[in-house]
Design a protein around this ligand. Structure first.
Ligand code: NAD
Length: 298
């Protein structure tokens, strides 16, 4: 029977450690590491996500500030807010909840965030650092995937990994992190030919396509480790709603281990956001005068 890799339990342990580290930082610097969350518009899902992130900040002692703007907020207003947050020494992490309303160019807004405060890890400077293996802030979901994978498989050198999905927020950064750890990585997308055969060769499958039950039991090599990132809302035969991943979980008993959905990668994403906020605060305090943003934007 495949072992279940619990993201819920791992995230709880991570949060407990974070609470101690945040308390140490706050004592040493006379202020808590602080996340500014920017919410534009009234998308109900975005509101819930931001509320959850702020609740979790409070749990570990991080400061948090929520900036809400109406759906008619202009790009210039939002850029002005980002500029203020970049300059505010009491703000260590900036998170802009996506999606943004259509009048705002999301890429322009994300590019305006100080890379040292970019706790989502989406800024091109952090993307570049990840791809060159030179540090920087790592996107939260990929970081959570790696923590769960390495809790089961600490040594990744020489393993063959298939990543299903090539998005900038999950697939590509996961692939880069796996490469950095010495895996041989195949990154797949919706045009990939022979996805089942590629998966059958893999020691590790990271499924991030957003397709319910895409990965079937006979795609999985015995003893493989499966990280299921997918979050798919489904309606069961009883008419009740639920959430499932990209992997047909009931067919992978012959795998070594897998992350469940829900309770796998999901809880790790927020925990890693909090970790990034602490990391950003430490880096800003350690090197306030060699800010990448100053060089890049002044
Ligand atoms: P996306 O839609 O941006 O990218 C999906 C990728 O999957 C694309 O590259 C596409 O080419 C590929 N793909 C789609 N169908 C495919 C198929 N049949 N075969 C091979 N490749 C296929 O999605 P995303 O933002 O990367 O998210 C992926 C999934 O992960 C979604 O279900 C999303 O909800 C979930 N997600 C979960 C978390 C979390 O915290 N657990 C965070 C982010 C995303």
């Amino acid at each position: 029977m495949a072992r279940l890799i619990s993201g819920t339990a791992t995230a709880e342990r991570l949060m407990a450690g974070l609470a101690t580290d945040v308390a140490d930082f706050s004592r040493a610097h006379g202020m808590a590491p602080t996340l500014a969350a920017v919410l534009v518009g009234d998308d109900p899902a975005s509101r819930i996500y931001v509320r959850r992130k702020i609740e979790q900040c409070r749990k570990v002692g991080l400061g948090s500030i929520e900036h809400r703007h109406g759906a008619d907020c202009s790009e210039a207003e939002l850029l002005a807010l980002i500029d203020r947050l970049n300059r505010d020494p009491k703000v260590h992490g900036i998170l802009v909840q996506l999606p943004l309303p259509p009048q705002i160019d999301s890429a322009k807004v994300l590019d305006a965030i100080d890379p040292m405060k970019d706790v989502d890890g989406f800024h091109p400077v952090n993307v570049g650092r990840l791809s060159t293996g030179t540090g920087g802030l790592i996107p939260c979901t990929p970081m959570g995937c790696m923590m769960l994978l390495q809790s089961e498989l600490p040594e990744l050198r020489g393993k063959s990994a298939v990543v299903i999905g090539k998005s900038n927020i999950v697939g590509k950064p996961v692939a880069l992190l796996l490469l950095e750890q010495g895996c041989t990585v195949t990154v797949c997308n919706r045009h990939t030919v022979n996805l089942p055969d590629l998966c059958r060769q893999a020691d590790i499958i990271v499924a991030a396509a957003g397709r319910a039950g895409l990965v079937r039991g006979d795609w999985v090599k015995p003893g493989a480790v499966i990280i299921d990132v997918g979050i798919n809302r489904i309606v069961g035969p009883d008419g009740k709603g639920g959430i499932v991943g990209d992997v047909t979980a009931e067919e992978i008993g012959h795998a070594a281990a897998f992350t469940p959905v829900p309770g796998g990668v999901g809880p790790m994403t927020i925990a890693c956001l909090l970790l990034n906020t602490l990391q950003a605060a430490r880096a800003l305090r350690a090197a306030p005068d060699i800010r990448i943003s100053d060089a890049a934007y002044s």
